[in-house]
Write a protein that binds this ligand. Structure first.
Ligand SMILES: NC(=O)c1ccc2nc(-c3ccc(Oc4cccc(O)c4)cc3)[nH]c2c1
Length: 326
């Protein structure tokens, strides 16, 4: 493995501080390995990004370095945190906090479909994370179950969005790369307005709609086995089917949320801010759980009565910072 077969390819500082072991994830730009901090034996995830994949994108490498530095300052409970950063001539090594529950993708795959209450808790956290990214001028552009990590194998757990630095860095090139990956989660305008790169924040709302559809039903809304259109044509037409057997026990409010996100025209599509105000999420028990997971210190010293819970996203908006910014 990386540790044994080519020691020279590891930055000295990384090798001294961490023991890299097995691969725990693999993506378009590289792989993710399990690492142990030598001094504490704490687990970390080290994302190895091969620069040679970007050589052809010219400034992409410089952008990648700049973007990774910017993202090291991004701070939200539902965004994965960068612990360390190293590089060699041909690779970047980003040391990230370990999310013991692994990828949401594997949980949905093993459970077929999530309980609606679990899907709601996860989706609310994703909305908070993406709302925060957008307020920092970052569009994710690649939201999919592989990029949503779970803090534990328990249903009620913190989730974190990851990989938000890749697509933002590569701009046009991301589009080329994105188009050679699975298009299942891509919004219609990525195909139809590609050359303008003008597609905006609304692409993330679409992808979150696809993510919610998959969490609730266990299958993708746009798939090559459905109908006689290609996946991209199904997406551009906004044609998806809610198979009764899969959706019969799911609430009308959840279905309404999905339908308002999977709208082809980005101008008509529900925004992240509107989604946060959707009736399906005005669930005090879920909001209290989410706040406890996202801001555990607050809950400890300021147990807000459930009825008085200010949804975490509204606190962020109102710049409510008393307990957190110590
Ligand atoms: N694409 C990314 O930017 C990225 C960034 C960070 C990531 N961490 C994982 C990951 C973490 C834990 C996993 O289960 C394990 C694996 C080993 C031990 C363990 O306790 C849990 C599986 C995948 N996947 C990641 C992807």
């Amino acid at each position: 493995d990386l540790q044994s077969d080519n020691q020279s390819s590891l930055p000295k500082g990384l090798q001294e501080k961490y023991l890299l072991t097995r691969q725990i994830g693999v993506g378009v730009c590289g792989e993710v390995r399990l690492a142990f901090e030598r001094s504490t034996c704490n687990k970390f995830a080290v994302k190895v990004i091969n620069k040679k994949n970007f050589q052809s994108e010219g400034t992409a490498t410089r952008n990648a370095e700049t973007e990774i530095k910017i993202l090291q300052r991004i701070d939200h409970p539902c965004l994965i945190k960068t612990q360390d950063f190293y590089q060699t001539e041909d690779s970047y090594f980003i040391v990230l906090e370990m999310m013991e529950g692994g990828e949401l993708f594997n949980k949905v795959k093993s459970q077929q479909q999530l309980k609606e209450s679990v899907a709601k808790l996860y989706f609310y956290q994703m909305l908070c994370a993406v709302h925060y990214l957008h307020s920092n001028g970052i569009i994710h552009r690649d939201l999919k179950p592989e990029n949503i990590l779970l803090s534990s194998s328990e249903d009620v757990c913190l989730i974190k969005v990851t990989d938000f630095n890749q697509s933002r860095i590569l701009e046009e090139a991301a589009l080329m790369r994105t188009l050679c990956g699975t298009p299942s989660y891509l919004a219609p305008e990525v195909f139809t307005h590609a050359n303008t790169t003008g597609y905006g924040l609304a692409v993330d709302a679409w992808s979150l709609g696809v993510l919610l559809f998959v969490c609730l039903s266990g299958y993708a809304p746009f798939h090559e086995n459905f109908g006689n259109y290609s996946v991209s044509e199904q997406i551009i037409r906004g044609e998806f089917t809610m198979i009764p057997k899969k959706w019969e026990h799911i609430s009308n409010q959840a279905k309404d949320m999905v339908r308002k996100l999977l709208v082809v025209d980005p101008k008509e599509r529900m925004s992240i801010a509107e989604a946060l105000q959707h009736p399906w999420l005005q669930d005090q028990e879920m909001l209290a759980t989410a706040q406890r997971l996202m801001y555990p210190n607050d809950a400890a010293c300021h147990p807000a009565p459930v009825a008085m819970v200010t949804p975490a996203h509204q606190e962020a908006e109102s710049g409510y910072t008393t307990h957190r910014k110590r």
